[in-house]
Ligand binder design. Structure first.
Ligand code: BGP
Length: 472
């Protein structure tokens, strides 16, 4: 390794609904995902986050393990319904107490908390009002954000407003696998992405106005577009695919403005742009991020699509299905196969070089911005040995590849400040349930949620040690 960045943060990440459990404890309000997992037939694997790996009761053990693995940062999210059970109004003191304990325990262990306010889990009251399709949710989100800044802002120095606003809107409104399960509803998709961008910018402006000593950003699921060689209209296809995946979130968060070509693009898709308000242009300017969080898993490898209808394909069944992950957008583009690129069992490309490509592309487009890799990981089926140990060599190989490309981007001038493995321990994988595992630490869900560090946990610890040695 060459000398890179002295104060680099190395850690791992989780999200509230995926790990906390305690769905009806501690004064928490009902969440949209509680209702979906309990009642909706579209929860095809039948799993819920009711208990998950029980982080709510075992957070000390998880933070201990993380810090013993020499990780110096932990990214987690706050459950909105644990703080404001009705989404707005009455504050739940028990919820505040819980996150105070988590934050204080991190700090006592020398672990920097990196806190996300919204990671897919709407309070059910807000979901019933239409969630982020409804403009009133922006105000409710900012109210919730301000409560968190006020009570935790003295100790939390890294904040994220929204995790993956685009992917969340995509799954909820285009694929239809996440609640409220709208399929191919492009009007709702763009309304939700746009309102999330406004909500994030308003929360960022509020944070800056409060004069707290920390940094705030947004987490985007990195979706760099690459054009297949057979594509006949590469420039046009690139512009459209990039607008679809990245345009609204990156432009508003990093430049404080909407992408110039958004309105004609919406028109072409038959989307009514009445959700765009003039006053939001001022909000975007005031709400520019201090850093960008990037969740890096894959790229979008695309070509022309001129004949045929819009189609979405997705795989929440893993090896039980041959389905790949992708989209065909009528008269625009389709995601395609690259013969030499492997896919995981859920049909998603494994392509380490996208780490380099996305970092370089963002730097070239938006200039020097501090970036954190807020998630990177590998979903696998796993079988432990008789001692409960998992030799997850595929995960190690895959993550090493992505990290090498991150180093290469840093050497080429990208200002990367930290890397978070997804995930700290095994947890609930949205709709996929518990068989798809990501953790550096195994959780035995059948036997009292006992924790067992995996091979990747030790590999990550060694990698961090080596980095610190070479860069101190
Ligand atoms: C990201 C989400 C995480 C996590 C991860 C793995 O998009 O921010 O919450 O779940 O992807 O995805 P999945 O669990 O769907 O395989």
């Amino acid at each position: 390794m060459t000398k890179l960045y002295k104060d680099f943060l190395w850690g791992s990440a989780t999200a509230a609904y995926q790990c906390e459990g305690a769905w009806n404890e501690g004064g928490k309000g009902l969440g949209e995902w509680d209702v979906f997992s309990h009642e909706n037939p579209l929860n095809i694997n039948g799993a819920t986050g009711d208990v998950s790996c029980d982080f709510y009761h075992r957070y000390r053990e998880d933070i201990d393990m993380l810090s013993q693995g020499h990780q110096n940062t932990y990214r987690f999210s706050i459950s909105w319904a644990r703080i404001l059970p009705n989404g707005r109004g009455k504050v739940n003191k028990e919820g505040i107490d819980f996150y105070n304990k988590v934050i204080d325990y991190c700090l006592a262990k020398g672990v920097e908390p990196n806190v996300t306010l919204f990671h897919y889990d709407l309070p059910n009251t807000i979901a019933l009002e239409g969630g982020f399709e409804n403009r009133n949710t922006i105000e409710a989100f900012v109210e919730y954000a301000k409560v968190c800044f006020k009570v935790f802002g003295d100790r939390v120095k890294l904040w994220v407003t929204i995790n993956e606003p685009k992917y969340y809107a995509y799954c909820s409104n285009i694929v239809g696998n996440y609640p409220p399960n709208h399929k191919q509803d492009f009007q709702r998709y763009f309304t939700v992405v746009y309102n999330e961008a406004v909500a994030s910018a308003q929360a960022i402006a509020a944070y800056h106005e409060m004069g707290l000593h920390g940094k705030i950003g947004i987490v985007h699921d990195s979706s760099n577009v690459e054009i297949a060689p057979e594509c006949k209209h590469p420039e046009e296809v690139y512009l459209k695919a990039d607008m679809f995946y990245n345009g609204i979130i990156l432009n508003t968060a990093m430049k404080g403005e909407l992408p110039g070509a958004l309105i004609p693009f919406l028109k072409e898709l038959g989307v009514n742009d009445s959700f765009i308000r003039f006053e939001d242009m001022i909000t975007f300017k005031k709400g520019i991020i201090d850093f960008l969080g990037l969740n890096v898993y894959n790229r979008f490898y695309v070509t022309d699509y001129s004949e045929g209808e819009t189609e979405i394909y997705h795989n929440n069944k893993g090896a039980k299905s041959k389905m790949k992950e992708g989209i065909r957008l009528k008269n625009m583009y389709e995601t395609t196969d690259s013969p030499n690129t492997k896919r995981n069992l859920w049909g998603r490309e494994i392509y380490p070089k996208c780490m380099y490509n996305t970092l370089m592309e963002i730097k070239n487009k938006y200039g020097e911005f501090p970036v954190y890799i807020t998630e990177n990981g590998h979903g696998m089926y796993e079988t432990p040995d008789d001692n409960g140990y998992v030799s997850d060599d595929d995960r190690i190989e895959m993550m090493q590849g992505y990290i090498d490309y991150m180093f290469k981007a840093m050497e080429d001038g990208c200002d990367v400040r930290g890397y978070y493995a997804w995930s700290t321990m095994d947890l609930y994988s949205w709709v996929n349930g518990y068989e798809k595992r990501y953790g550096l630490v195994r959780v035995d869900f059948e036997n009292d949620n006992k924790r067992y560090p995996k091979k990747s946990y030790y590999w990550f610890k060694d990698l961090i040690d080596q980095y610190q040695k070479e860069n101190s």
